[in-house]
Write a new protein. Structure first.
Lengths: 250, 250
């Protein structure tokens, strides 16, 4: 049985708590979150709001708090020779206070409140200073996912950068297209099958093979027509920049 | 029974042929494609490669050829008072030669060879000069889809512009992130669950509600770190432009 304390109950912390709670072989013995008046989670896990009350008997402490708070928070922890990991894609392992045994447990996914995710297919990127700790993290990861990978901090930073493109930037393109439709009182619902199919295609086709459209076929007439239709300056910049990026591959 | 001739057997033409063939109430009486030596499709539909051999007894002629060929091709058709429609998002209805009854039958989806699509959920955007023709197109559309919408050429151009953002540009972001991972010999497979979830989220959340990430939380430290990691000039431009687009919404 792997005994876990989860520190922070934002989206990542809550999803990890839920999946661990449902999984045999792992026991969340305690959760920490600031500003709570509850004494247990809905699942019955003891909740505390004071750092001084953190149980010192766990095998691993999972810090799931905002990136910029990791350094200070891990410094404050009164633990001795304990494995403390964070769950962030963009923060190096050595940001964790060096008084701990340090590691990473990074589930490569976007988590939202009230959205179910299938952990089995989520890559869990792990890293640790000590071989024994890495083994423990691998064991913990394999309890919930079929894809546990050893990724060092420099690789993880690269993955996080790539993730920003396929997640945050893709979502911004959804947002812009919603804006464009709204201008003519058209319904964003119309685009949802296309959005879904565009993502689905990539499961079996490389992005290079999947590409279609005006820029891909060098259709300057349509590109110019589109540019003449766009009014917002930033939308035009986005259109131009991504069009140039596609054209350059030809 | 609606009698259809399909002119052009690229991705759109083939997918329409397949779904019509499977659907009661519609009969593809003929297909036209240049440079074929076959005399029927695999499904048994007669195939011709000469414009002069086009059957003049159909109810509707669906032109599914490249955008820039629509004008010249429809001029060449030796039909009299027949409904001729094209399937393109980006081309106005009046591009079709005016000697025909003109219309549009635009399935709002990305089609690839060997990829199954569910026509029931694909919006079919229709337009026609004559009320009777519009009725016929609606009837034809409703045989294959649950979502047939009247869209005029100006609205369709706007939809096509928005579609470029969520389809071609999104795919280019997939491509860039694949490039970024390749630089460190990391596997693009790692990002696929994130790609899938990002698209899935949008089915129930607005793009505004779904957004997360460095730009969304105004995390300048991470943005600057990412910019320092990017080497290719165009990648940097894409990162900057989309980051500004997200920041501007705050």
């Amino acid at each position: 049985m792997i005994r876990v304390v989860i520190l922070g109950f934002g989206n990542v912390g809550q999803h990890l708590h839920k999946i661990f709670h449902e999984t045999k072989g792992v026991n969340v013995i305690q959760g920490y979150t600031r500003n709570t008046t509850e004494t247990t989670t809905k699942a019955g896990t003891p909740l505390i709001s004071k750092i001084s009350e953190i149980d010192s008997s766990a095998d691993v402490y999972i810090v799931a708090i905002p990136d910029d708070a990791i350094k200070g928070f891990t410094k404050e922890l009164k633990l001795k020779d304990k494995l403390v990991v964070h769950t962030s894609g963009g923060v190096a392992m050595n940001t964790i206070s060096k008084k701990h045994h340090r590691g990473i447990f990074y589930p490569l996914q976007t988590f939202s409140k009230n959205t179910e995710v299938d952990f089995k297919i989520i890559p869990i990127c792990i890293e640790a200073e000590k071989e024994n700790d890495l083994k423990l993290l691998r064991k913990l990861g394999e309890l919930i996912s079929n894809k546990v990978v050893d990724i060092n901090s420099s690789e993880r930073a690269q993955i996080h950068l790539a993730a920003v493109f396929v997640n945050n930037f893709v979502n911004e393109l959804y947002h812009i297209s919603e804006d464009i439709l709204k201008e003519k009182s058209l319904d964003f619902e119309l685009l949802k099958p296309l959005i879904s199919e565009t993502a689905k295609k990539i499961e079996t086709l490389s992005p290079s093979k999947a590409q279609t459209g005006p820029a891909n076929r060098g259709d300057i007439v349509t590109i110019e027509k589109h540019l003449s239709m766009i009014e917002a300056e930033l939308q035009e910049k986005v259109y131009m920049t991504l069009t140039r990026s596609i054209l350059k591959r030809k």
